[in-house]
Design a protein around this ligand. Structure first.
Ligand code: FAD
Length: 366
């Protein structure tokens, strides 16, 4: 078993993750390579009265790790059972690895916008995928799990530290997907709201309001502009997809990446930045996008906040991860130095608010 303590070679590398704004300083890091290592680390924590934290990729860190950090980054095994259409992953596997492995069998998982995200952390938060309105939450398709309870004993639930997961895959090889980017935020937001009133479940969509920096790696039409980007993942035919997006295309996007994509390229739909950075994030689910909420979202574009609106509904069933009557989610991501924009935004939603998704809370306690 690999272990690291503060000051030791490898400690800083081991605690580094995608989210750089959470100043973890665990007393001990266990670089786990198997379930036995995880159990030993958890038992050590119990014996010494230390809290246990888990980190795979570091995309979803909330509070700093202070006690024993179980690092699962080495537990990256992925195997596919094509006969059952099931994937089995170890605790540190990312969606990118599952997408690649499943594609070899004509299958695809309920992965999300970014292939670098860890499968286990994502699924424990529910899992809002590119096929979510058709197939529901990733958590609803878990077939089996192995875990280590807080006293170090092995179990098969989703409590404690999960060491492996088995979950269902779907016979999908391509998507009609991509993004339409607009510089006219109000027009795009109102059009998206109206458009989402009546869409088939086979279409999953988000609208991102992104203040793009003026940097050479940003596509020219987006560079230095506050962009409204409508993201689409559709499981029907490309012809039907074209027909569905026609009213949005008619608004004249400055960039249009909609096309038939192999599922292995599904990360290009949102094209989120793959480089580690610091962020604070929160969200609310809403029953509707009232005029008051639309106004609050548009006012927030004056602040340096990324806002992402997701259409829910379809096969998303209310339960542990999702409050009843939730039609939209509005997520906000801010610089840790100034979160006032997102605080005002959530206050303004008032009676539209139905709940909060744990998956999209970053850099702060739940
Ligand atoms: C760029 C980006 C895109 C995203 N896109 C989506 C999306 O499309 N859909 C969606 O639903 N979510 C999305 N998320 C949210 C993401 O699913 C959560 O942040 C998730 O917790 C990340 O898991 P991780 O393992 O990558 O991150 P980590 O920070 O390593 O883990 C996050 C937390 O998950 C828990 N955890 C991780 N592994 C284990 C384990 N083995 N046992 C027990 N607990 C564990 C721990 O509490 C840990 O603190 C996105 C996040 C980012 C930053």
């Amino acid at each position: 078993m690999l272990t690291f303590t503060p000051g030791q070679d490898g400690y800083e590398t081991e605690i580094a993750g995608f989210q750089t704004g959470v100043p973890s300083r665990p007393r001990l890091v266990v670089g786990a390579t198997n379930t036995g290592d995880v159990a030993e680390g958890v038992r050590y924590a119990a014996e010494h009265g230390l809290p246990v934290s888990v980190q795979a990729t570091g995309h979803g860190l909330r509070e700093p790790a202070t006690g024993v950090l179980i690092s699962t980054r080495r537990m990256t095994g992925v195997s596919i059972d094509p006969a059952r259409a099931v994937a089995r992953v170890e605790a540190g596997a990312t969606w990118g690895a599952v997408i690649e492995a499943a594609a070899g069998h004509g299958l695809a998982p309920l992965s999300g916008s970014a292939p670098g995200v860890g499968v286990v952390g994502y699924t424990l938060g529910g899992g809002f995928s590119l096929m979510g309105r058709r197939h529901g939450l990733a958590a609803d398709h878990v077939a089996a799990a192995e875990s280590v309870a807080p006293d170090g004993t092995l179990g098969t639930g989703l409590d404690g530290v999960v060491t492996s997961l088995e979950f269902g895959l779907f016979p999908v090889t391509t998507l009609y997907g991509g993004a339409l980017s607009f510089t006219t935020q109000e027009t795009a937001l109102r059009a998206w709201r109206d458009w989402t009133a009546d869409l088939p479940d086979a279409l999953t969509t988000s609208l991102a309001l992104v203040p793009y920096p003026d940097l050479p790696m940003i596509p020219k039409p987006l560079r230095g502009k506050h962009i409204a980007q409508i993201r689409v993942a559709y499981l029907g035919s490309p012809e039907e997809g074209e027909r569905l997006v026609a009213p949005l295309r008619a608004l004249g996007p400055v960039m249009d990446t909609l096309t038939t994509l192999p599922f292995t390229k599904s990360g290009t739909i949102a094209a989120e930045p793959p480089n580690p950075h610091a962020y604070v994030g929160d969200n609310r689910t809403l029953s509707t996008l009232s005029e008051e909420s639309v106004d609050a979202i548009l006012t927030t574009t004056d602040a340096p906040v990324v806002q992402i609106l997701d259409l829910l509904g379809g096969a998303y069933a209310p339960g542990r991860h999702l409050a009843p009557n939730s039609r939209y989610a509005v997520r906000a991501l801010s610089d840790p130095a100034d979160t006032s924009g997102q605080e005002k935004l959530f206050e303004a939603f008032g009676p539209d608010t139905t709940g909060r998704l744990s998956s999209f809370v970053y850099g702060q306690p739940l």
